[in-house]
Design a protein. Structure first.
Length: 273
């Protein structure tokens, strides 16, 4: 077996989480990540038949049975992942009945997956139903998105249109828009179910006064979506109390959509003139 510390997927996760902490999005034990791994990625580094222990999921994850994941641990700090991945991350397989996960590596100090694991699994199930290539669910407390939820309407159309108007690339990066939820208690079934419903239509879901869930086919795609929304929110927060002399109009957004071959979410822009 090769040394798992050299596995490309582990290196990528370590670097990503270190960067998110550096950006100030994941204070203390804030934020969590789950990433679907392919068996062929794992077998050079792990004996996938050697189960360390079973961990109950408190959720019926049977639609994900047999899938492999790398998941951040509950109570763990992103800032510690790079130097100590074996205590802060876990690699697991969803059991055949979907009632537990089989730990194959990690959580060496006896830890467990993030408490948001059911919310992650629900979102994975939703995204896989519309995109079979989906692999990543990323939750983070990006600062300016949270700030924006205090001062902007949480109506999805209005929230999305404001973000689209903040930066030319936004419509190109997330033409499907942004789902938005009001403040809800985190870590329970209610918010996980609500988020999963949004994920049937959106790749991004903002949690009011809390953070954001982003998804993607790759770690880069999921991070890039969140990063772009955060940049747009930062611009909005910086200019919201200043006189606005010009903006990107809906007509210009239509021109942008045509130029880049994307389709804005229906009803989010005013009809073409």
């Amino acid at each position: 077996m090769k040394d798992i510390m050299t596995a490309p997927f582990l290196t990528e996760v370590r670097k990503l989480l270190q960067n998110m902490y550096r950006l100030g999005w994941d204070e203390r034990n804030g934020g969590n990540l789950s990433y679907i791994l392919k068996e062929e990625e794992l077998t050079p580094y792990l004996d996938v038949y050697k189960v360390i222990r079973n961990i109950p999921t408190n959720f019926d994850a049977s639609p994900l049975a047999g899938r492999y994941f790398i998941v951040t641990g509950t109570g763990k700090y992103f800032k510690n992942v790079y130097d100590d991945p074996e205590n802060n991350l876990g690699i697991m397989r969803v059991s055949a009945d979907g009632q537990s996960v089989e730990l194959l590596w990690g959580y060496a100090d006896g830890g467990r997956p993030t408490s948001e694991l059911p919310a992650h699994f629900r979102s994975h199930i939703s995204r896989l139903s519309v995109d079979p290539e989906h692999r990543v669910v990323l939750h983070t407390h990006c600062t300016n998105v949270i700030a924006m939820t205090f001062v902007h309407s949480l109506d999805e159309r209005e929230f999305t249109r404001t973000l689209w108007q903040m930066c030319t690339e936004c419509l190109v990066v997330f033409p499907d828009g942004v789902g938005v939820l009001p403040w809800m208690l985190c870590g329970n079934d209610e918010i996980g179910i609500a988020t999963a419903e949004k994920m049937k239509e959106y790749r991004l879901c903002v949690w009011g006064m809390h953070g954001i869930f982003g998804t993607g086919k790759t770690l880069d795609e999921a991070f890039g979506l969140v990063e772009t929304v955060e940049k747009a929110a930062e611009i909005y927060v910086k200019i919201m109390n200043k006189p606005i002399l010009q903006t990107i109009t809906d007509e210009q957004l239509w021109i942008l959509a045509d130029a880049f071959g994307v389709t804005p979410r229906e009803g989010f822009l005013e009809p073409r003139k």
